[in-house]
Ligand binder design. Sequence first.
Ligand SMILES: [Zn+2]
Ligand SMILES: [Zn+2]
Length: 416
Amino acid sequence: MDIKKIVEDFQNCVCGKKHTVGIREVVVGSGVTKDAGKILKRNGFGKNLLLVADENTLRAAEGLVNALLAEGFTLSQKIYENLRVADMREVEKTERLLQNADGVIAVGTGSVHDTCRMASARQKKLLCLFPTAASMDGFASYNAPLTDHNFKITYAAKTPEVIIADTKVLVNAPDELKSAGFGDMVGKYVALIDWQVSNLVSGEYYCPKVAELTRNATDKIMSIADQILSKEESAAKEVFEALLLTGIGMAFTQNSRPASGTEHILSHFWECIELSHHHLSDFHGKKVGVATLLIMDEYEKMVQKEKITAHKEVVDWDEVYRHYGDLADEVRKLNTPDTITDSIAPETIEKNWPKIREIVKSVPSRKEIYDAMKLAGCVTDCSEIGVSEFLKNEGLRYHPYMRRRVSLMRLKNMID
Ligand SMILES: [Zn+2]
Ligand SMILES: [Zn+2]
């Protein structure tokens, strides 16, 4: 993948923002693990390298350690048994290990990558991601979603300098993770709706070109839904590159808007509540896929109305905080002294309603997304991700308050 070419295409963008990305090189291909040492060397990685992985991902990355040693790297290693939650405590531990290293290679997916992304950003060290499954889209992203005392926050961190993706490794990832990657991708349709709606009613920054990048990548994945579980490396490559592109979109805007909407917040709500009850949540992409179907259902119902009247948002904050339990303080911080909807005039929503309807109808329908998810082997129901009927409804009702962000879901409270 020619990252320089992609960045060039985004120069002098219509949105007025300068789009840059800190990624120096992306190598996607069959058997590229053996070149890892050379790739890191030519991208300026110093001799002392910290390798972070878990037992499964290290096994999947067969040949990687030898490839690094062969090029003269000295490795220190941090191998987890199975790291499922990216938590601030792990970031701090990784930071301490990084003090004696020139850079880090993170072998795995979400949790391993996110802790290393944050730790290397804080320690100003080089970062290489070595994904072992195309299970989510955050690889090229600038952000690290992390839990801190069970509350999930998306922190600004950094993009990796290098990404090495061996399609031989990706194709052998468990089916569950491949389907999860698909679930994460379909969420982009909701993300694109929310971003455009927010731009309309609150004037939030929006880049049509980045949105188009995400849209094309998502459409591409939808079109190969039946190949997601394929054993062909060519399919694994296409899926990985599409996931990577949406991450590059996030790097271009330096926020998660292009690829993460209210469906991600709903998924984070479930995760936080489960964590606060000491339950380990299911894979990110599985939850996001299920949340996407629920939100699309809500949005389709909303836009059935040709005309609406709107009013200022009325929130019983005590009730909201009650439903957040131990996390109430964090949510309170995000909504005091003012909340994100304060500056939105009800008339703006009324006036823009025809446009909002068009925006919702511009993406594939819930039914089309559902059918594609079935083809891709995704789970589609809360019962399959351990989310009870009660938690599902709590999430649908209260999730928008845990972010300072406008979404169509949040505006629902302002529409009669
Ligand atoms: Zn732009
Ligand atoms: Zn995601």
